[in-house]
Design a protein around this ligand. Structure first.
Ligand code: PSV
Ligand code: MN
Ligand code: MN
Length: 426
């Protein structure tokens, strides 16, 4: 199903006057504080986040999976769902595909549909953590496997993913490796790192000159003794040995509890080594919960580093890729993604409000309380009217979730796709 912009405008009508009141109140306050409200709104409008093709169906845990009904059955239906998200939120304009889950059977048809929906193709994801009929098993690893024939097979798969991405107009390859070991002695810690490096070099050599490689790290799971790329340092080391266009991808869920992720972001930007983000939230590990649902202050602090790193010229904002990487076990994925996109917009906007001059004066003077107050002043400000205004100006809905519910979109998807339709993904 497709949502027309006329329908959205029609549903917005009854909500516009109270929105305008709230916006005026906030804009007056921010203007008095010296902010350029127009330019803030423009920045929010421009900030777009990719959605992964695997986030549109119900995820599961190893204890089970509960379908939500109306899940997209094909790549085309996944694009349609992202089209709905785009129409409602105007906060996403691209999809990140996962091969082999999303091998397009009709490349030009898929491209045409995406163009029609205003959706581009973000980084491509390879998959060497599952077996899907290839000659040799990835049970004991892929790019870092002790067996050369398996490493070669995994390299060839990544090259095939690049080729598919080129046809679609993607400009990046995201590599996440499950490689590691479950027990001491199972694999050579040093050799497996070297093999991984050699495999990545071989893949990088086949990447078009205008592509980037986004290398993800993760401390544990599915391997529980050692993971070959467990942290940002190892990812960065591998990227540097591979080439300039290989950079580190930060997935918020890929850290041990209480890790200072904003510091990792600052360090990576300091070296122009931040490839991008996978947004989600977590209480314990790679929980893949809705972005901003557990630690919104952390998300704000991360955005403070991103905004200041870009403003200070450490790394260009445009060089960073943005994506959601979450899983939905109990919520309707489309509603969950709308909540995530809203929280990302909100925390980004709050970070734009930080009085950075005052903050750095406090830092120089050693005014710890003053510095904290600077951050709190921005974090505590309710910026939702600005985020809403940016969405409305872009043609989106005043309140995306209410429109989604009012139009009974999930019910309609269930009617066309079935109550037990199953989406490919994790
Ligand atoms: C597994 O942890 C993971 O969430 C990685 O973050 C990848 O980006 C994603 O799955 C899909 O491969
Ligand atoms: Mn990820
Ligand atoms: Mn993950």
């Amino acid at each position: 199903m497709k949502l027309t912009s006329d329908k959205i405008q029609e549903l917005n009508q009854s909500k516009l006057s109270s929105h305008q009141e709230e916006l005026n109140f906030l804009s007056n306050r921010l203007s008095k504080e010296g902010h350029d409200v127009e330019s803030l709104i423009q920045k929010i409008k421009d900030f777009q986040i990719a959605v992964p093709s695997w986030a549109l169906g119900a995820g599961g845990t190893r204890f089970g999976r509960f379908g939500i009904g109306g899940e997209p059955r094909t790549l085309e239906e996944k694009l349609e769902d992202i089209g709905l998200l785009k129409a409602l939120t105007q906060k996403t304009d691209s999809v990140s595909l996962h091969i082999p889950w999303d091998i397009p059977s009709d490349v030009s048809g898929v491209k045409e549909l995406a163009t029609d929906l205003g959706i581009g193709f973000d980084a491509m994801n390879s998959n060497t953590f599952q077996d899907y009929g290839q000659a040799e098993t990835y049970k004991l690893g892929s790019l870092g496997n002790a067996k050369k024939s398996i490493r070669d097979q995994a390299v060839a798969h990544n090259i095939e993913v690049i080729e598919i991405g080129e046809k679609l107009g993607s400009k990046g390859l995201t590599v996440w490796l499950a490689d590691g070991s479950n027990f001491p002695g199972q694999s050579s810690l040093r050799n497996s790192l070297q093999w991984t490096q050699e495999s990545l070099q071989a893949i990088y050599g086949k990447m078009p000159g205008d592509w980037k490689m986004l290398l993800e790290y993760k401390p544990y799971e599915p391997n529980f003794y050692h993971t070959i790329i467990p942290d940002w340092g190892t990812s960065s080391l591998l990227c540097k040995s591979v080439g300039d266009r290989a950079k580190v991808l930060v997935d918020l869920g890929h850290h041990l509890p209480n890790t200072n992720i904003e510091q990792i972001v600052a360090t990576l930007m300091y070296q122009d080594m931040l490839a991008g983000f996978h947004f989600n939230d977590s209480k314990y590990g790679d929980d893949d919960l809705t972005t901003g649902s557990i630690k919104p202050y952390q998300l704000f602090l991360i955005f403070c580093e991103l905004v200041s790193g870009a403003e200070d010229g450490a790394q260009a904002w445009e060089s960073i890729s943005w994506m959601i990487d979450a899983s939905h076990n109990t919520k309707d994925p489309i509603e969950d993604l709308m909540q995530a996109l809203e929280m990302i917009g909100v925390c980004f906007t709050k970070a734009l409000l930080v009085d950075r001059k005052k903050l750095s004066a406090c830092q120089i003077e050693g005014d710890v309380v003053g510095a904290q107050e600077c951050l709190q002043a921005a974090f505590q400000c309710d910026v939702r009217p600005l985020v809403k205004e940016a969405r409305i100006q872009n043609g989106g809905a005043c309140d995306p979730i209410s429109v989604y519910r009012e139009l009974e979109i999930r019910k309609k998807l269930i009617n066309t796709r079935g109550a037990d339709s199953r989406s490919t993904g994790l």
